[in-house]
Design a binder for this molecule. Structure first.
Ligand code: GAR
Length: 211
């Protein structure tokens, strides 16, 4: 059994998708939020999952918050740390502490559109494909070895909200799959690239659903 700790900042729909997937070999050891009002906390607690809050506003610096967060997380002995809408920039010390066991979902086809407002920026650029990426986290924001991606079309007259909803459906498929691969030791990092032992064909890590 591998201990999985999930960090959230808000509604936690990706966290819910991972919990609901009931991944074999995964013990959801805790759900931790940096925001006391994160809706996902109550959802997890109702299901008997341990929850904790570490409010970043109570800390004078990013470094002191991240150090306290490491202490809190390590109390749950994580094999895998999952960022699920955790809206904090992490220090290099934090990222290095969880090297090769820290993953994130980002709502764009990385390396395009790192950072915030990805959906509106994709619309403004006129790209025809948008999507989401699950990747290992490195110290550079929204970079790191890519595990899996899903593409969705950008439609005429799309709004950021409509595009976000279309991408979120794919996040909820892709992220539990990536966690399952990690837990089953199916992910191999070679030269900073991910190869998936279980993937017999590209459909496994490259989702391009038809709409
Ligand atoms: C998701 O769309 C996720 O990709 C995004 O925040 C949302 C969280 O939703 N994450 C980022 O933008 C990180 N850079 P959720 O709380 O319902 O999972």
């Amino acid at each position: 059994m591998k201990n999985v700790v999930i960090l959230i900042s808000g509604r936690g729909s990706n966290m819910q998708a991972i919990v609901n997937a009931q991944i074999a070999g995964a013990n959801i050891a805790a759900v931790i939020s940096n925001r006391p009002d994160a809706a996902g906390l109550a959802w997890a607690a109702e299901r008997g999952i341990r929850t904790a809050v570490l409010d970043h506003k109570q800390f004078a610096s990013r470094e002191s918050f991240d150090a306290a967060l490491i202490d809190l997380i390590d109390g749950y002995a994580p094999d895998l740390l999952v960022l699920a809408g955790f809206m904090r920039i992490l220090t290099a010390d934090f990222v290095n502490h969880y090297e090769n066991r820290l993953i994130n979902v980002h709502p764009s086809l990385l390396p395009a559109f790192t950072g915030l407002n990805t959906h509106q920026r994709a619309i403004d650029e006129g790209v025809k494909l948008a999507g989401c990426t699950v990747h290992f986290v490195t110290a550079e924001l929204d970079h790191g070895p890519i595990i899996a991606q899903a593409a969705v079309p950008v439609l005429d007259h799309d709004t950021a909200g409509a595009l976000a909803a279309r991408i979120l459906v794919q996040e909820h498929q892709l992220y539990p799959q990536a966690v399952a691969w990690f837990v089953a030791d199916q992910l191999q990092l070679i030269d900073s690239k991910v190869s998936i032992k279980a993937a017999a064909n590209t459909d496994a890590f490259l989702r391009s659903p038809s709409f």
